[in-house]
Design a protein around this ligand. Sequence first.
Ligand SMILES: NC(=O)c1ccc[n+]([C@@H]2O[C@H](COP(=O)([O-])OP(=O)(O)OC[C@H]3O[C@@H](n4cnc5c(N)ncnc54)[C@H](OP(=O)(O)O)[C@@H]3O)[C@@H](O)[C@H]2O)c1
Length: 404
Amino acid sequence: MGSCCAKDQTASCAASTRRRVAILGSTGSVGTQTLDLISRAPDKYQVVALTAHTNVQRLSEQAHALKPELVVIADETKYQELKEAVADLNIEVAAGAAAVVEAAERDSDWVMAAIVGAAGLPSTLAAAKRGTKVAFANKETLVCAGPLMMDLVAKYGCELLPVDSEHNAIYQVFDAKRRESIRRLIITASGGPFRTKTREEMAVMTPEQAGKHPVWTMGAKISIDSATLMNKALEVIEAAFLFQMPSEKIDVLVHPQSVVHSMVEYEDGSVLAQLGSPDMRIPIGYCLAWPDRMETPAPRLDLAKHGQLTFEEPDPVKFPTLSLGREAMKLGGTAPAILSAANEIAVQAFLDNKIGFLDIEKVIEETLSHGPVSILTDLDVLLEADTAARRYAAEQVEKRAKKA
Ligand SMILES: NC(=O)c1ccc[n+]([C@@H]2O[C@H](COP(=O)([O-])OP(=O)(O)OC[C@H]3O[C@@H](n4cnc5c(N)ncnc54)[C@H](OP(=O)(O)O)[C@@H]3O)[C@@H](O)[C@H]2O)c1
């Protein structure tokens, strides 16, 4: 945020010091929670750009409430509809994937990267290239393009602020100046809706059952990722790139209450953790106000009320996605991108009722073992691997598709 021009803050002076923010994926779960926080502090934040995929109605409502300079709809067929919906506002309207990237490139102090899946990759990379503050929820970007992304972050001096509650927790207690004294990272996991189910029970679970997370309310894809525990596999990879730690030094610990959001163990035996009620507005608010703190409406943590916090090892037999994630990290190169692309295809097929719940892990496993894994030299190599993995995963889905 810029400094103010006079001791006596006039309205225009206050306006000029507002942090200019762009929200990519504003209509989603993370996006709407970000806007919830912004709308509670209108003197601090000015919304510059909002983007969505297809949800014109919500995007239009957000535009009317926050008056951004630009609104973008990624689906070009929705352009006219959006244009008409915001015709009474004097704002720019654009459509298409390139326009989403333009929203990331627009002059702003802070970008929220909250598009789901690899679709968020170009805009997140574009924001990082601006050397601005990037709050990134879009974990798939770091999973697929970790080394490329971290190179850009270093080269352009971007401040990468993790929104994922686990990574945000680690970020808050990670002593980057003494990283050699860090023994391991411990990522906590709620265990998802099927923590206590058997494999036989999991096999017949519907998208609706899988999407009902016991603690968090999230978008459709990440909810299924939480049920398969693929979300944790992706988070281990995300943490490895973000904190530059070998994945063998990153453990997963099941903690059903989701109060301890993750931990860092130091060589002297100290374990530092960040705690809070399970409300995404805490990590989002941390990123939004960084390096300051802001008031959020999240329920205050009352440990006495909780009484007990419990922890257990994850079950690798029941949830093989955890090992698949580790295998992808070991293979390196484009393997994490293949894993993530296969997961996106499989999760969508499950949500569309084409395959069963346990088919998700099979499609991922088959696609990862098919490869081919290449050295991740640039974005073209990545996109090629992503396209090939999606094609192969879609074929595996067809083979497994439920008979009508
Ligand atoms: N939700 C959480 O609590 C949470 C926690 C930690 C991390 N994350 C991560 O944050 C990211 C967003 O998750 P979410 O739960 O907020 O997802 P979500 O509710 O499904 O929202 C996704 C957002 O991305 C937009 N979008 C989808 N496909 C797009 C495309 N092809 N091009 C451009 N925009 C597109 C959507 O627009 P429409 O609304 O128009 O479809 C929406 O604004 C994910 O990577 C997730 O893993 C989420």
